[in-house]
Design a protein around this ligand. Structure first.
Ligand code: GRF
Length: 213
């Protein structure tokens, strides 16, 4: 199995890895990443992409002076734009930013094989469970319906499956008997906000490689 440099090069604080962060919601993970990148850092967010005009994370981007691209996946008539057309609009808008790493941070749309092939292996995601356990959009609910006493979060490369790409890093979080989805997600997010910037740093330094099969 060959190993590949995620992002394509070893970055430095003088020439940080150029990230596009994709969001759909509150963007607490984006905010944590932007805060981390304020200090001597080997990666930078050059643009934030949202499929939701009212995503709270857009305010974080603006507060840090980061350009935003907002492309709703629903058109003015309420119809879903085809995934390929929607992604092509994003790809066109991203072109001037010379993006080296796509960072999915609460982006709620599945990417098409075409998009993934274009950027692979330079797309990462954070998922709120200890993958391969509990993939999918309802990880906390599914965890709470199980008998698990431990959950966590996972940063992984994005492939064409659902939360199935190579695992790059994980962090464990205890589950308490009185937990609700809200309390569990809050506790997991504390760790997500540490894990994601740390793993992106390792990627930028060439300390974590992708496995190309
Ligand atoms: C996080 O729990 C992340 O793991 C999942 O979506 C959530 C995004 O939260 N993929 P936020 O928008 O960053 O607050």
């Amino acid at each position: 199995m060959a190993q590949v440099l995620i992002g394509g090069r070893i970055a430095s604080s003088a020439e940080p890895l150029r990230c596009a962060v994709f969001i759909s919601g509150s963007g607490s993970g984006l905010e944590a990443l932007l805060r981390f990148q304020q200090h001597d850092c080997h990666h930078t967010t050059c643009v934030v992409v949202s499929n939701k005009e009212n995503a709270g994370g857009l305010d974080h981007a603006k507060a840090y002076g980061i350009p935003t691209i907002v492309i709703p996946h629903i058109d003015v008539d309420g119809k879903r734009i085809s995934r390929e057309d929607h992604e092509q609009l994003i790809i066109d808008e991203l072109r001037p930013y010379d993006v080296e790493l796509v960072v999915l941070s609460g982006y709620m749309l599945l990417l098409s094989p075409t998009f993934i092939q274009q950027y692979s292996p330079n797309i990462v995601n954070i998922h709120p469970s200890l993958l391969p356990k509990f993939p999918g959009a309802h990880a906390h609910r599914d965890v709470l319906q199980s008998n698990e006493t431990l959950t966590g979060c996972t940063v992984h490369l994005v492939d064409e499956g659902m939360d199935s790409g190579q695992i790059l890093g994980q962090c464990r979080v205890p589950i308490f008997p009185e937990d609700s989805e809200v309390t569990l997600s809050q506790r997991v997010k504390v760790e997500e906000h540490r894990l994601y910037p740390a793993i992106i740093t390792k990627i930028a330094n060439g300390e974590i490689l992708g496995e190309d099969d």
